[in-house]
Design a protein around this ligand. Structure first.
Ligand code: FAD
Length: 111
């Protein structure tokens, strides 16, 4: 009997983010049989809100305290706004302590 549940792969990539997605693509293009596992929720075009006009946002991006409530550390990045804070980790659910904040660079400010 042919059991379809039994498959073998050359490579197992965990996470289809920027790194995993590209790694999978390149490995598959090189001829390897790749399995890609993703734990995140399904995405659709409606999840991408960064190019909405300001007036379509619930708080017009004028209430940074709402973002800070769940992202007290992440909101230190000036790009973590009402537009996209859902894409940043919830600092309360995934707490961590940065060593220090570098005031001279915004993106990747933790050194
Ligand atoms: C709002 C926002 C805007 C950004 N804009 C830019 C930009 O303009 N330019 C830029 O260079 N960078 C940008 N970045 C940063 C960039 O997105 C990250 O640096 C990059 O995604 C990191 O890649 P990664 O593969 O390490 O992790 P991720 O892209 O986060 O991928 C990790 C993946 O693994 C999955 N995963 C985690 N645990 C498991 C598990 N146990 N099993 C299976 N799957 C799992 C996650 O669901 C996720 O899909 C932005 C980030 C955010 C949040």
């Amino acid at each position: 009997m042919n059991d379809n549940r039994k498959q073998s792969f050359d490579v197992l990539v965990v996470g289809s983010g920027a790194s995993g997605g590209w790694a999978s693509k390149r490995l598959a293009e090189a001829g390897l049989k790749v399995a890609l596992l993703e734990a995140g929720r399904p995405q659709s075009a409606s999840n991408f809100t960064e190019h909405k006009p300001l007036f379509e946002l619930k708080n017009r991006d004028l209430a940074p305290s709402i973002v800070r409530k769940t992202r007290p550390i992440q909101s230190g990045f000036d790009i973590c706004t009402e537009y996209n804070y859902d894409w940043f980790c919830n600092d309360l659910e995934e707490p961590y302590t940065p060593r220090r904040i570098n005031p001279f660079i915004g993106w990747g400010a933790y050194a």
